[in-house]
Design a protein around this ligand. Sequence first.
Ligand SMILES: C[S@@+](CC[C@H](N)C(=O)[O-])C[C@H]1O[C@@H](n2cnc3c(N)ncnc32)[C@H](O)[C@@H]1O
Length: 156
Amino acid sequence: MKIQMIAVGTKMPAWVETGFAEYQRRFPKDMALELIEIPAGKRGKNADIKRILHIEGEKTLAAIPKGNRIVTLEVTGKALDTHQLAKNMEKWQLDGRDVSLLIGGPEGLAPECIAASEQKWSLSNLTLPHPLVRIIVAESLYRGWSLNNNHPYHRE
Ligand SMILES: C[S@@+](CC[C@H](N)C(=O)[O-])C[C@H]1O[C@@H](n2cnc3c(N)ncnc32)[C@H](O)[C@@H]1O
């Protein structure tokens, strides 16, 4: 199973690139974590945010291979502890589809991405900055993998 993270935003600060890469490199070949960045629309003074979100949403959906399971990262989604996430990952693997995890930009995900979502995953009740979300998701998935594979990274 491949896990594809599709995130709005490019040219992240070095600490984000480094933090994400630190976890990405740990994934085994049979559960590779791929990152696809969607350029964020220009948000000038009189920007039409609805239109920008729509364009970002279309680009995000276009990056998803047909048949992938779509999971959106949303503050109002369902919170999962590490064991629940690990169980989820087992289920994802059993059904054989690759997974696309969608992370929105400054105003969140486009309505079309939310409508396409099969599962809404919340990391916390706090609204987190989207660059940080990439790192937290990568670490949480790695921890879930560790738990499912009796790897010593995860300790109770
Ligand atoms: C800065 S937030 C967007 C805030 C926007 N006002 C909203 O309500 O979606 C950017 C993205 O990070 C992700 N995100 C932020 N906090 C999150 C959380 N606690 N749980 C899950 N995803 C989160 C979501 O994908 C969100 O679209």
